[in-house]
Ligand binder design. Structure first.
Ligand SMILES: Cc1cc2nc3c(=O)[nH]c(=O)nc-3n(C[C@H](O)[C@H](O)[C@H](O)COP(=O)(O)O)c2cc1C
Length: 227
């Protein structure tokens, strides 16, 4: 499919058909994803595709703990917005229908273990190349050797008609996940990508901030224009 179309429609899919995704489809996706950039070309990313029913069920059990806490907090936040005491603009620019998006994400969580595959994206942190570890803030650069490949993976699946949702809540359970899946000491969990064939057609467009709000020329006081 056309690249820009794939980028614009690769959403966080909340509803999957039960059909399994063939191993060859994942192979083709990794084959393309591995061309993502990585600091020093050290290639620290690994993909572990989990389709085993019992393993997915255990992952789902762990996922629900932080999700339900997040869901309760987000629902409470929504109520205060409805009551008019919050920052409406902040929420309305995040998504077209925050209530539906939250309900769909909650349904997705309730069925987490039933989605066809959970792909654990692993990173060999010793082979990432963080350049911001001495700035007295949370490092973000290390992830830059990992997430381009993860996004490539999602796009390559999208190209084959497979939908995904990138999640990170399960990273809180890294020690337990590593034991469950036999992941060696040197690898860390970077993301858990749910994958499967979507129930509905892919969206034609996702809701995002306009270009003028996020891109600038020569200084943050000059929004980028079409020219
Ligand atoms: C770093 C990151 C972490 C995320 N973690 C979760 C998660 O744990 N659970 C979840 O349901 N969605 C998660 N998402 C999906 C986002 O909620 C989703 O990308 C966002 O709402 C936009 O959705 P859309 O692409 O369908 O418009 C995550 C996305 C990113 C990029």
């Amino acid at each position: 499919m056309e690249l820009i179309e794939a980028m614009r429609s690769q959403n966080a899919c909340r509803y999957y058909r039960p059909d399994p995704v063939p191993e060859g489809v994942f192979y083709a996706a990794v084959e393309a994803a591995r061309f993502g950039p990585q600091g020093g070309n050290r290639q620290p990313v690994r993909f572990l595709i989990v389709t085993d029913v019992d393993k997915k069920r255990q992952l789902a059990e762990w996922y629900l703990v932080p999700w339900k806490a997040y869901f309760a907090a987000a629902s409470a936040g929504e109520e205060s917005l409805t009551a008019g005491s919050g920052d409406e603009k902040a929420t309305t620019i995040t998504m077209t229908n925050p209530h539906k998006a939250l309900a769909d994400a909650d349904n997705f969580a309730d069925h987490f273990g039933e989605h066809p595959a959970i792909v654990v994206v692993l990173a060999d942190i010793a082979n990432t190349h963080p350049t911001d570890t001495d700035l007295g803030r949370l490092s973000i650069v290390g992830g830059a050797s990992v997430y381009p490949a993860a996004q490539n993976f999602c796009l390559a699946l999208r190209d084959q008609g497979v939908a995904t949702t990138l999640t990170t809540l399960l990273c809180m359970y890294e020690p337990q996940v590593k034991e469950l899946l036999g992941i060696p000491e040197e690898l860390s969990t970077a993301a858990f990508i749910v994958a499967g064939y979507p129930v509905k057609a892919f969206p034609t467009k996702l809701f995002r901030r306009p270009v003028e709000e996020i891109a600038f020329l020569n200084g943050l006081d000059r929004p980028l224009t079409k020219g």
